[in-house]
Design a protein around this ligand. Structure first.
Ligand code: UDP
Length: 315
């Protein structure tokens, strides 16, 4: 296949590039590098099966030659990033999704939209199944991301029903692993970096809010299976292993042998912070035969190794 990956220089996008290349496909990565990095695809640039186009998908674009699959993984995805880039986040979820859908239509390609557990907002149903419509504050600090992704889902379904496009929607729950940006502000890079420095981990609020962390290779496997399926409605891909952020901090400190403990930060940063989050993955198990395989311990060990290496390169 010839595969176009929007956001191909990002954390998840670059892992998708690796996977499709490893499976013998040709990959065209498209990225404007506002939150992605060329470092994530440096190892691929000499490969004949790989090419990179620096482009903002909010502007229409074309790719020469045939395309079999378009994956739209372009967006700021960390709360810190999308608060700094509110308009870019709304535009890439709307115009960017439209332009990538148009590309898929023109090429007769299949399409995968990276959506998010944020479509469920601060959920009143637990765990979250795909039939839950969510509890999103449309004007809150997270709304630029949540509403952009909700719109992107609606647009993708409209292209499916109106044009018969072969579309897929993956709702991605908290995902971590190598190639997250050390300073992207999310809890995994923050805690790992703080633990490596021997500093206390910054728990926002009282730490009773929960998240369920999946390792990136599990997500990639789910996305590849979904892309090859004939299922068009949204599918959760995440690890149901739920922890409070306080428990998660303890896991990180224990793994890193960090005696510095925890500090609690009460500065309003947790406004609209979802209080609970855990995916119901019954659907993914049934239609894709998918379930996560990597334990939190093993995934964090890989992540620590990556961030240690990064810190050696740029202390
Ligand atoms: N968080 C924290 N300390 C940090 C960064 C984040 O306690 O240094 C909390 C944050 O308030 C949220 C959870 O960790 O409850 C996950 O945050 P993240 O930004 O990773 O992603 P989210 O799931 O909120 O989009």
């Amino acid at each position: 296949m010839r595969v176009v990956i929007a956001g191909g220089a990002g954390f998840i996008g670059s892992h998708l590039c690796d996977r499709f290349i490893a499976d013998g496909h040709t990959v065209v990565a498209v990225d404007n590098l506002i939150t992605g990095s060329e470092n994530n695809i440096q190892h691929l640039v000499e490969r004949p099966a790989f090419s990179f186009i620096k482009h903002d998908i909010c502007e229409p674009f074309n790719v020469d030659g045939p395309v079999d699959l378009v994956l739209n993984f372009a967006s700021p995805a960390s709360p810190v990033d999308y608060l700094e880039l509110p308009l870019e986040t709304l535009m890439v979820g709307s115009y960017g999704t439209r332009n990538t859908l148009d590309l898929a239509c023109e090429k007769g390609a299949a399409y995968v939209l990276a959506s998010t557990s944020e479509v469920y907002g601060d959920p009143l149903v637990h765990p979250q199944h795909e039939g839950y419509y969510g509890n999103v504050n449309p004007i809150g600090p997270r709304s630029v991301y949540d509403e952009a992704k909700r719109f992107a889902e609606a647009l993708t379904m409209a292209y499916h029903t109106r044009f018969g496009l072969n579309t897929h929607i993956v709702r991605i729950f908290n995902t971590y692993g190598p190639r997250m940006r050390l300073n992207d502000g999310r809890v995994v890079p923050n805690f790992v970096d703080q633990a490596l420095r021997g500093e206390p981990l910054t728990v926002y609020g009282d730490g009773s809010q929960t998240r369920s962390f999946q390792y990136v290779s599990d997500l990639i496997e789910g996305v590849v299976r979904l892309a090859g399926s004939d299922y068009h409605l949204p599918v959760n891909i995440g690890n149901p292993n739920e922890l409070t952020i306080h428990e998660f901090a303890d896991v990180v400190n224990t793994l890193a042998d960090n005696p510095a403990g925890i500090v609690y930060v009460h500065d309003g940063r947790t406004r609209d912070d979802p209080q609970t989050r855990r995916p119901d993955i019954t659907l993914a198990a049934r239609i894709l035969g998918w379930e996560p395989r990597v334990s939190l311990h093993d995934g964090l060990a890989e992540t620590f190794a990556y961030f240690e290496e990064q810190r050696k390169r740029a202390p």
